[in-house]
Design a protein around this ligand. Sequence first.
Ligand SMILES: Nc1ncnc2c1ncn2[C@@H]1O[C@H](COP(=O)(O)OP(=O)(O)O)[C@@H](O)[C@H]1O
Ligand SMILES: [Mg+2]
Length: 391
Amino acid sequence: MPTVTMIGGGQLARMTHQAAIALGSTLRVLAAAPGEPAAQVSPNVVYGSHDDIDALREAARGSHALTFDHEHVPTEHLEVLVAEGVNVAPPPQALIFAQDKLAMREKLSSLGLPVPAFTAVDSVADAVKFGDEHGWPFVLKAVRGGYDGRGVWMPASADEATELVADQLAHGVRLLAEAKVPLKRELSAMVARSPFGQAATWPVVETVQRDGQCAVVIAPAPDLSEELAARAETMALELAAGLGVVGVMAVELFETHDGEVLVNELAMRPHNSGHWGMDGSRTGQFEQHIRAVLDYPLGDTTPLAPVTVMSNILGAAEAPEMSMDERLHHLFARMPDAKVHLYGKGERPNRKIGHINILGNDVEFVREKAERAATWMSTGVWTDGWDSHGE
Ligand SMILES: Nc1ncnc2c1ncn2[C@@H]1O[C@H](COP(=O)(O)OP(=O)(O)O)[C@@H](O)[C@H]1O
Ligand SMILES: [Mg+2]
């Protein structure tokens, strides 16, 4: 049975490992340290850096496919691996558009896809000019390396932009500017594509961001018109085929007040907006990703309930006194239907340490319950005032 190598030892690799077990595959991970979420659970770990070609080579040796839990591997290294016969999935010529937000913006606009107005920022003057032309605040982004809102700023004035841009450029960070989109909400269209060319979609979901970081996902996106859902899905499928994506891809979208969707960014790996499917879809993204990179036929993605809400468990500002284990006891006592996924990570403020999926019929009800459960796990406080030790 095959071995798949995943570069990166985070929670995405950990949950991919979980899916690999059922398929009889082995997930080998390239991790930086034994404490990382996937390194804790995989018996097949190579330690090293994703920047080190020798570590990548060692991780790839004998593996049927090499894939990723983040987008930080230099494509130069991946080109070398491909030349040496490694099956890199997604291939570097596709992955570049998930790594480099400027290359992605340029590619998508050349394909005629809707994106916010944008420009490269090579100087303070570029940024101030963009703000003056497109309005303040605008959105300043690191071209590479950002995640969970790290690498995204919204300078409200020329002074603020000047300070930010000068500081980032001095640290060698490449930047782009884009217009701040007046959002109705954010959506994500997730697809999978195999080398054979088979593709599968999940329903378009709504993603709720807090401090630039995904907090809640509602599947499917409530009250999304069929027309807009179909447009988003078609866009994601066409992009996956056009870019030659192998594996799962999330297309992060902005829905505007006038019923348009703009592409925010692409992720060519399992993505937070797909976690709901671990419990809410016949085939979740982690299994689908393995199927796709190994060129198995893809799985049925039918939702298992009218609504699934995923709520991230984020590290609290101050970790509660009650242990995680005890919080879990109380959660299960109160909500036997809550599906909990913990990542084996220490509790640090705002860090994603797990998530909870709740399935049901009514969006408001299910969402409140999922958020209440996740807040409990984060803080040890029930937002509805319930006393866990009460009579
Ligand atoms: N052009 C924009 N207009 C409005 N909000 C934006 C824009 N770009 C980013 N954001 C907000 O910032 C979040 C993070 O930006 P994103 O580019 O997706 O960075 P990351 O790589 O950290 O996910 C988005 O999910 C959205 O909430
Ligand atoms: Mg994003």
